[in-house]
Design a protein around this ligand. Structure first.
Ligand SMILES: NC(=O)c1ccc[n+]([C@@H]2O[C@H](COP(=O)([O-])OP(=O)(O)OC[C@H]3O[C@@H](n4cnc5c(N)ncnc54)[C@H](OP(=O)(O)O)[C@@H]3O)[C@@H](O)[C@H]2O)c1
Length: 259
């Protein structure tokens, strides 16, 4: 089966392409560096020729409100238009758990616009909403840092390994479209401030994490369950503690550098 992964050079995309290849599929990593640009349409017709499945794991280079909306709207329209012309039978896109609860942010308004376009298109689809990746915990800390302090609300948080995200997408790509949304998440729930505290401690990062119910997540006011998936979410296997230990071994000098 030919599966085109748009954003196939990114964190999730590169893991997904590798996994699909290991399962014997023709997995094509499409990205601007390989001459495929979902924003301009460049290279899309050729890349999608003979494709059964398209997986969209792109991200916008800019998260500024207007830029990110333009990216996800234009890119998604192009993928759906070129996909329909090529006879693609399954369009899969990666979105975020709780998107409709996070609309104070332009990024999530753009993700919701992406989801709406997919739902309205003629191509059978599956939207996969994932919780935050373990790899994203440190960037969350960086964005909430003032001086030596990281202020975060103690809301529920159920992050997952990027590797498990890619495995879950791979399983969806090898299955029939659900024409709906599936949620995926990590195997354990934490409090957001606690998870960030553990991440920084594992990196020997000296910043102090302060639990502050009035602090925002990415500039967004969140409540107890804003970030966690429904009870029927498919859960990854990797535990945060194991991933932290593994990452610490791989990058013993990881410190305060930005994401
Ligand atoms: N971070 C989280 O915790 C989280 C949680 C749930 C869902 N998600 C979603 O997961 C998705 C993927 O995230 P990621 O971290 O894997 O992203 P990433 O590492 O930033 O990768 C983004 C990919 O998009 C490609 N891309 C950018 N502009 C493009 C264009 N015009 N045409 C085609 N490809 C383009 C990039 O190509 P180049 O390599 O050439 O730049 C790269 O391959 C995002 O949509 C995000 O919303 C993230």
């Amino acid at each position: 089966m030919k599966i085109v992964v748009i954003g196939g050079t990114g964190l999730i995309g590169s893991k997904l392409v590798k996994k699909l290849g290991e399962h014997g599929h023709e997995a094509v990593a499409a990205a601007p560096s390989s001459g495929v640009n979902s924003l301009t349409g460049e290279g899309l017709a050729d890349a999608l020729k003979g494709a059964s499945v398209v997986v969209d794991v792109t991200n916008s280079p800019s998260w500024e409100d207007a830029a990110v909306l333009k990216f996800f709207e234009t890119s998604t329209r192009n993928l759906l238009d070129y996909g329909a012309a090529a006879g693609v039978g399954h369009h899969i896109a990666l979105s975020v758990v709780g998107t409709e609860r996070l609309l104070e942010s332009g990024f999530f308004r753009a993700k919701l616009a992406q989801e709406s376009l997919i739902k309205a298109s003629s191509i059978p689809y599956t939207i996969i909403r994932a919780t935050q990746f373990f790899e994203f915990v440190k960037p969350i800390a960086d964005l909430s840092t003032e001086g030596n302090k990281v202020r975060l609300p103690p809301v529920l948080f159920q992050p997952m390994a990027a590797d498990d995200v890619a495995s879950a997408i791979g399983r969806v790509a090898m299955s029939s479209p659900v024409n709906g949304t599936v949620e995926i998440g990590g195997p354990e729930q934490f409090r957001l401030d606690e998870a960030v505290r553990r991440d920084l401690a594992a990196r020997k990062d000296p910043r102090q994490v302060i639990s502050d119910p009035s602090a925002r997540y990415y500039g967004i006011k969140v409540s107890e369950r804003s970030l966690v998936p429904n009870d029927d979410a498919r859960l990854g296997e990797t535990r945060f503690e194991d991933w932290l230990n593994q990452s610490a071994k791989q990058a013993p000098k990881a410190g305060r550098q930005s994401a």
